[in-house]
Design a binder for this molecule. Structure first.
Ligand code: NAD
Length: 494
């Protein structure tokens, strides 16, 4: 498909910003709406329902009723599986539409919306669907005059709140295991990218998920979001977003009904490249590709690069040669690899950090400026700072943009110490040919995922989550079922 075709399709796309409650599209109870501007060119994509506490009441009541009537929760796992697999098939059937909505809404390149976002989200729905009829209970080694059965039951009504950087993928990481386990779900997408979640709800209904089981409320965090977190009849809240809001979510869960609260939060991941790394070109390509992927708006982006001094110059030379490949371009052009920043607020945040880096004396090697495309919209040149010191804000704080901070090291122990000197603990990496050094470093790094001699591997089969203030839960893999199920023990006298 040519880029003209994607633009034509975008013009003809039907965009519906209404909420989805009890199997139906609806405006908010208050009638309030908000404008949804595309980061690509600032075009207004149309009104979106601005849901508030009244809508939360309605959606949670419907989710509760649907849970209690057992239409979904009590369905045999093999039947839930068939519905979820059909849901994934429908997503694939509507792949162009979903990917286009994602790109228009969030600004990422269409080729990644198709492969990473749509492909990953559909795969996630399918994987949990196919898993659910293979999860067994347990029998405890209890005294011989009794039998103690340990089974898993759905928690009930799950509220999921997700960010804007991977709208479909983050939504699917929550809804797939929650629905597969038999829960009802109320999903609040980010106000910056609500469109694909709403379309997913329609496809879920078409696949056979009963009305009320899966509801989507677009709206703002301090309105619909906090009403969900505070609701007395929500059993579990699954949150992905910033560490700042994650702390508020835990507080709201605690001050309301002590609902189970799972948080997947920010990161400032360290990428340590030793002089004995097995393939310098591969290390450079993965480091640069991963920090600039998704315009740097990834929680696990390797934004702090520690390079051993003896290879620092060579590394930087090779890295700079790759930077032009990431020049931002039209997200609807299939050749574009770097798209638009999600909105003017995020653009402002990124530019603020770039300004602070310059002012603090870091050496700007590439980028450092906003790029203006003819179409308008929000674009930032891929940016690399060298001579970054640990106390600079660009080395400490999550920027969530295409900005790489390079720090050198001579002692690996010091590099690990610095890598750990952050409130975050999401991802980390070490590049070395020495196996025991790799294992020792991996053990010392306080992060939920450590990569050795690669950075970009990912798979639905592995848990994703952080240590420290990067969160308290794990998405993906069979471990995600722990979030959405209660363990029940049944003692039977024999
Ligand atoms: P955010 O915390 O501002 O918002 C996330 C979601 O929470 C949005 O839907 C928002 O509307 C809602 N929200 C905001 N305030 C709220 C409140 N008071 N009560 C309830 N809900 C509220 O984050 P963001 O800017 O959308 O996303 C970027 C952040 O997400 C980054 O920090 C990034 O690292 C993190 N993230 C983490 C992961 C992970 O798996 N660890 C994945 C993706 C993004």
């Amino acid at each position: 498909m040519t880029d003209t075709t994607w633009h034509d399709r975008a013009r003809n796309l039907n965009i519906d910003g209404r909420a989805f409650i009890d199997g139906q599209r609806t405006w908010s109870r208050s009638g309030q709406q908000f404008d949804n501007l595309s980061p690509i060119d600032g075009r207004n994509l149309g009104p979106v329902a601005r849901c508030g506490a009244d809508d939360v009441e309605l959606a949670v009541a419907n989710a509760r009723a649907a849970f209690e009537d057992g239409r979904w929760a009590n369905l045999a796992p093999a039947k839930r599986k068939r519905v979820l697999v059909k849901f994934a098939d429908l997503m694939q059937r509507h792949r162009d539409e979903l990917a286009l909505l994602e790109t228009l809404d969030m600004g990422k390149p269409i080729k990644y919306s198709l492969s990473v976002d749509l492909g990953g989200a559909a795969n996630c729905i399918r994987w949990y669907g196919e898993a659910i009829d293979k999860v067994y209970g347990e029998i405890a080694p209890a005294p011989s005059d009794s039998l103690a059965l340990i089974t898993r039951e759905p928690v009930g009504v799950v509220a999921a709140i997700v960010p804007w950087n991977y709208p479909m993928l983050m939504a699917s990481w929550k809804i797939a295991p929650a629905l597969a386990a038999g829960n009802s779900v109320v999903l609040k997408p980010s106000e910056k990218s609500p469109l694909t979640a709403l379309r997913l709800a329609e496809l879920a209904l078409e696949a056979g998920i009963p009305p009320g089981v899966f509801n989507v409320l677009p709206g703002f965090g301090n309105e619909a979001g906090s009403a969900l977190a505070l609701h007395m009849d929500v059993d579990c809240i699954a949150f992905t977003g910033s560490t700042r809001v994650g702390k508020q979510i835990l507080q709201m869960a605690g001050q309301s009904n002590l609902k189970r609260a799972w948080t997947e939060l920010g990161g400032k991941s360290a990428n340590i490249v030793c002089a004995d790394c097995p393939d310098l070109d591969a290390a450079v390509a993965a480091s640069i590709g991963s920090i600039f992927f998704n315009q740097g708006e990834s929680c696990n982006a390797p934004s702090r690069l520690f390079v051993e001094e003896s290879i620092r110059e060579r590394f930087i030379e090779k890295a700079l040669a790759l930077v032009p490949d990431f020049t931002p371009g039209d997200p609807l052009d299939e050749n574009t690899v770097m798209g638009a920043i999600v909105d003017d607020i995020q653009l402002g945040t990124i530019m603020k950090y770039i300004g602070e880096g310059k002012a603090a004396g870091a050496r700007l090697l590439a980028g450092g400026e906003r790029m203006r495309l003819e179409s308008g919209g929000y674009y930032v040149a891929p940016t690399i700072f060298d001579n970054v010191h640990a106390d600079m804000s660009i080395a400490r704080e999550e920027i969530f943009g295409p900005v790489l901070s390079v720090l050198g090291f001579t002692s690996l122990d010091d590099a690990v110490k610095q890598a750990n000197a952050t409130q975050y603990g999401l991802h980390a990496a070490v590049w070395t040919s020495d196996l025991s050094k790799a294992i020792r470093t991996s053990r010392a790094l306080r992060a939920g995922t450590v990569h050795v001699n690669q950075y970009d591997n990912d798979d639905i089969t592995v848990p994703f989550g952080g240590y420290k203030q990067s969160g308290n839960g794990r998405d993906k893999s069979l471990h995600a079922f722990d979030k959405y199920t209660e363990l029940k023990t049944t003692w039977i006298q024999v």
